[in-house]
Design a protein around this ligand. Structure first.
Ligand SMILES: *Cc1c(COP(=O)(O)O)cnc(C)c1O
Length: 235
């Protein structure tokens, strides 16, 4: 089936979610993996509520947002029973709000943020699960720890703050083949004893699953095109 077929359906159809789940399951089985180990994060950033509602009604419980403010206004009143993940860069002055709201922060990427998260966790009495974002393409405009700086950064967050990140996250450079970036992230995770890999978006989640993704982040393939383009990657 052509991957563009979900867009031919009306917005209130549950088919895009089912189709994504089927494609995830097929990619997992083709890689000799258990489909049940793969978490689908529905990336609801910049989507109107009438695009999100049918996906929620179809049973999706894990949602991803890239801005604290937008996530607060969208989800505060509907928080119950859901898992919310921050997948965008986090400014230190929003660390406390992020710690209070999110179940998972996938974008831990610098020492100053680790410090602010530790302080916020103290005050809030909770610490979200954490992924470390790796800038696999070493792009200047993109957040993430450089691959060669990862060992030192992991030592810092583990030893200084007692954090135990669940995994690594990456966003391959636009316009490049993503597979080498997925393979690099998988190697880094293995080397550092991290079990989860957040990688793969609408255009490449099946490839990511072949490379070991445990957490895929899917926006447009579920919801259609976003209202605005994603904001620039600046911390
Ligand atoms: C927007 C975004 C996604 C979703 O991208 P789609 O191509 O719409 O699936 C995934 N991950 C991150 C970090 C994003 O910012």
């Amino acid at each position: 089936m052509a991957p563009s077929s979900p867009f031919d359906r009306p917005r209130d159809s549950v088919l895009p979610l089912e189709l994504c789940r089927q494609r995830i399951a097929r990619a997992a089985r083709a890689a000799d993996r258990d489909p049940a180990e793969i978490v689908l994060t529905a990336v609801s950033k910049q989507q109107p509520w009438d695009a999100i509602e049918p996906i929620l009604a179809a049973g999706q419980t894990v949602f991803g947002e890239n801005r604290v403010q937008e996530a607060l206004s969208r989800w505060t009143a509907r928080r119950c029973g859901l898992e919310l993940r921050l997948i965008g860069p986090l400014q230190t002055n929003k660390a406390r709000a992020a710690v209070a709201l999110f179940d998972v922060i996938e974008t831990l990427d610098r020492p100053q943020l680790a410090l602010e998260l530790a302080r916020a966790a103290d005050k809030e009495g909770r610490l979200p699960r954490l992924f470390v974002q790796v800038n696999t393409g070493e792009e200047v405009q993109k957040s993430g720890v450089a691959p060669q700086a990862l060992p030192t950064f992991l030592d810092l967050v583990r030893e200084t703050y007692g954090f135990e990140p669940e995994g690594l996250m990456c966003i391959p450079p636009a316009g490049e083949a993503p597979a080498p970036h997925f393979a690099l992230l998988a190697r880094l995770a293995r080397r550092h004893g991290l079990s989860r890999l957040s990688m793969g978006m609408s255009g490449d989640y099946e490839a990511a699953i072949r490379h070991g993704a445990t957490d895929v982040r899917i926006g447009t393939a579920l919801f259609g095109a976003r209202a605005q383009s994603a904001p620039a990657q600046t911390p």
